[in-house]
Design a protein around this ligand. Sequence first.
Ligand code: NDP
Length: 306
Amino acid sequence: MSDPSPSAPTREGARLIDGTALAKRIRAEVAADVAALRLRGVTPGLAVVLVGDDPASGVYVGAKERASREAGMAGDTIRLPANASQSELLALVERLNRDERVHGILVQMPLPAQIDPDTVIRHIRPDKDVDGFHPVNVGKLLIGHTDGFVPCTPAGVQRMLVEHGVATRGAECVVIGRSTIVGKPMAALLMQAGAGADATVTICHSRTRDLASHTRRADILIVAAGRPRMVTADMVKPGAVVIDVGMNRIADATTASGTRLVGDVDFEGVRLVASLITPVPGGVGPMTIAMLLHNTVRAARRTLDA
Ligand code: NDP
């Protein structure tokens, strides 16, 4: 079976949300903003820190560096060995905090076992925390203050909903997953008052009783569980908007690599029930990097406004 093409309409059922095309548009907007900032003497700078040699993290970090350079930013990856100590990493973060050329700092997760991720996140200056994971930014999101940074994946999902004219106000929105990276900030965004929000939000997780009874109520179903194709057609309300954040690599003997990327949603079945759906790949994934660039430009612009 081939991957779904985000540009082609499905044979029947749901329309596809083309995350690749939308991300491309956002990246072009970011590049224009970068050019304008450079004329004013500021080149937005994104510093990505990678500790160790996890291959998947290496791929993500490479993609972020490439994307930031393509947008005209100063994108730099700083690598530390897998046995780096927590104090070495904290010293690096402090240096980046002080460096005026660096507007955004991202420490790629997961970190080796000897380093506590929360301690590292707390050391990043909140106004350079373009991942939106620092407690100050998490708190601002929950309060509804708009001057913080929103985590990139949920920000990308909200942007997709807005761009596709999905009515969120008063909608029943069910989020599967309660991680600090996706589920919780996603729910916090959608429950806020205002455009692209004002939803009635339910968060489900591994302890939720009768998951399907919740998902079947959803006008908008957002799935971030990390469980390949766990959401099946019978769990989805006809006409629902389904956003699949999941990225799971499964074995597939028919591909050259022997693996294939699938989401948390059984795409083939659910697209026959839903009205709008994101494919995997080509859905939420590309939006995450686009929103990271967007956050970095915001961080750089603030230094002019300060
Ligand atoms: P986590 O593992 O941190 O969180 C998964 C959440 O799903 C947990 O809250 C867990 O519940 C819940 N969950 C797991 N199994 C079930 C189940 N059977 N029923 C209901 N809830 C369940 O993952 P992340 O949030 O970091 O990521 C989720 C997925 O999204 C992954 O596939 C990841 O690769 C992908 N992802 C994609 C991104 C993108 O750019 N497209 C970015 C980030 C993530 P509990 O808390 O009880 O354990």
